[in-house]
Design a protein around this ligand. Structure first.
Ligand code: ATP
Ligand code: MG
Length: 569
């Protein structure tokens, strides 16, 4: 592609809302252009990389035996009523009406549509298993669309859905997809990890996330260097804590005037935060619930919401706290809560003795508190956020904490959708059963953005070869000089002739501009030719990754370039 004829305009300007590097660089390289919040035009350069990502995904999905189809973006509400998700999905679902006032949505995901299709076509166990996928545009009315393609409102997703007769079959389909995802991210040459995940609004029983590792990732991941346990912190299990072995002391009131925070209370009473129990009040679907965790631990709201099976969960307001505790905010505790306020405690404090809690009384705490005698929660459950340094729940080794970008998510759904939608098959003896499903999402645009988050420097993108919009950037340093132009033209044609994807910077620009743009675009191999090089019969080859320059005889450039590309692939 000759740059002078291409639709490619780089800029130094960074959009005001571009907080992350992939968004900045995709905008500056002219890969994407914002049309509205979270809605982007994929400009030609961006579309080339997206198509490459799509092709890697498609290759591995086909290889794994999944079958491609294409479903509509617009979906009728009636299907969503069947699963109850029309109400449950909330504001991320873009709801629309046609001229007859019939309700539709712009699909954020396609479980309902695919289940409707399969229940109509498949009747017998003989026709199963089947795994169908598409690569298609989704719309989610994200509350905070940001980070460019990383969290758009309109975005490209690969979504696959498997249907099986039994759990073994579902497990095998799931494993096949996990392997395919593994190969996809390897194929993209990205550094990634697979973690146990929470199932979120899609629901289901068993799920994994594929995380591209990057310091700028929104997700926190803990992993065990010893036994390979890895999980999203939303989901990561805490290991069991040891029990204190002390005789129970007398309970006593402790004056803590003005001390509300953990730091203030521990400093004033000269105790360890691990001996303090903090009590937080939440509102779960309208019910006020008290939640107790160790002073140095944090409540994991995803775990809490799952435990309570609540649709809505948030911290209770001051008035609700005062009503439940009879005290101003900051002195809540498990002893003497108002009637009807449920108390749930984190498992880590089950074995604690003689601990300190808020007294439900202004400026006061209680010391020497013990479970059973002074208070008793409804349940001890794992409710805390696991962090780096905590013990691995499998082997006890210290966990490591990293950040990642969730680019793929796989779920075992079981009969979650097939049961309410009547997606059944008949077995050998004529009995009907719901099919067991899996669903597998992969964000195409997010994968590309994650690749940039992981592979860039101060000057621009450093594309892994499989995702690069072009393999080679050829820059002529004196485009006006006939001899140089002629030599570059002929190099360009020779490279194209052997199937190399070349962006040929034939613009009439100063070398400095061309070098800066080359660094910004991050195309893996760079070939530079100017008057001096031509006089010596040499071009300069370099890799974007290390920028080390090598002079190569003109007649060997094509051969050396194809060698380099082989090494990079
Ligand atoms: P998140 O927690 O980031 O909102 P999710 O759990 O809602 O993600 P899924 O419903 O599992 O995501 O969607 C499958 C994949 O689609 C995700 O792994 C991600 O790669 C991609 N994806 C989800 N939401 C967006 C978005 N707003 N913009 C771009 N890609 C997205
Ligand atoms: Mg989401």
């Amino acid at each position: 592609m000759r740059w002078s004829r291409y639709f490619l305009f780089t800029t130094r300007e960074v959009p005001a809302d571009a907080d992350v590097v992939s968004h900045q660089l995709m905008s500056r390289t002219g890969m994407i252009k914002k049309l509205a919040a979270g809605i982007y035009i994929y400009q030609p350069l961006g579309w080339r990389s997206l198509k490459k990502t799509i092709e890697i995904v498609r290759r591995e999905m086909d290889e794994a035996g999944a079958i491609e189809l294409a479903m509509p973006s617009i979906q009728p509400a009636v299907l969503w009523h069947e699963t109850g998700r029309w109400e449950k999905y909330g504001k991320e679902l873009l709801r629309i009406q046609d001229r007859h006032d019939r309700e539709f949505c712009f699909g954020p995901t396609h479980e309902e549509v695919i289940t409707d299709l399969v229940r109509g076509e498949i009747k017998s166990y003989r026709q199963l298993p089947v795994n169908l996928y598409q690569i298609q545009t989704k719309f989610r009315d994200e509350i905070r669309p940001r980070f460019g393609l990383m969290r758009g409102r309109e975005f490209l997703m690969k979504d696959a859905y498997s249907f099986d007769v039994d759990r073994d079959g579902m497990g095998a389909s799931y494993e096949a997809m996990r392997d395919a995802y593994q190969r996809i991210f390897e194929g993209c040459k990205l550094d990634f990890t697979v973690v146990e995940a929470d199932s979120g609004t899609i629901g289901g029983e068993y799920s994994h996330e594929f995380m591209v590792l990057a310091d700028t990732g929104e997700s926190q991941v803990v992993s065990c260097p010893e036994c390979n346990y890895a999980a999203n912190v939303e989901r990561a299990e805490a290991s069991c804590e040891q029990a204190d072995d002390e005789p129970a002391a007398e309970r006593e009131e402790l004056a803590t005037p003005g001390a509300k925070t953990i730091d203030e209370v521990t400093a004033l009473l000269d105790i360890d935060a691990a001996k303090l129990v903090k009590t937080l009040l939440y509102e779960a679907d309208g019910e006020v619930v008290a939640v107790a965790v160790r002073g140095d631990h944090e409540v994991n709201e995803v775990k809490l919401q799952n435990h309570l099976a609540a649709l809505q969960l948030h911290l209770a307001g001051d008035a609700a706290v005062e009503k439940a505790t009879g005290a101003p905010v900051g002195f809540a505790g498990p002893v003497g809560l108002a009637d009807g306020v449920r108390l749930i405690s984190d498992r880590a404090i089950e074995g604690l003795c003689n601990f300190v809690v808020g007294a439900n009384l202004a400026d006061t705490h209680l010391g020497g508190v013990n479970w059973g005698r002074d208070a008793q929660p409804d349940a001890f459950v794992d409710l805390r956020v696991v962090a780096g340094g905590d013990a691995c729940p499998r082997c006890g080794h210290a966990l490591r904490e990293t950040r990642g970008i969730e680019t793929g998510h796989t779920f075992q759904l079981g009969a979650l959708y097939s049961e309410p939608m009547g997606c059944t098959y008949t077995d050998g003896s004529g009995e009907t059963h719901p099919m067991l499903m899996g669903c597998y999402g992969l964000g195409v645009g997010r994968t590309l953005a994650a690749a940039i988050e992981q592979n860039h420097d101060d000057d621009g993108i450093i594309w892994p070869l499989p995702l690069a919009p072009f393999e080679v950037l050829l820059a002529s340093l004196n485009a006006k000089d006939d001899a140089v132009r002629g030599a570059c033209d002929s190099l360009y044609e020779s490279l194209c002739a052997v199937g190399v994807e070349v962006l040929y910077d034939d613009r009439d620009e100063r070398p400095g501009v061309k070098f800066n743009d080359a660094d910004l675009l991050g195309i893996p191999v760079r070939i530079v030719l100017g008057g001096r090089g031509l006089a010596n019969g040499q071009a300069e080859l370099s890799l974007r990754r290390d920028r080390e320059k090598h002079d190569v005889a003109l007649e060997s450039v094509v051969e050396r370039t194809t060698e380099l590309l082989r090494e990079l692939s």
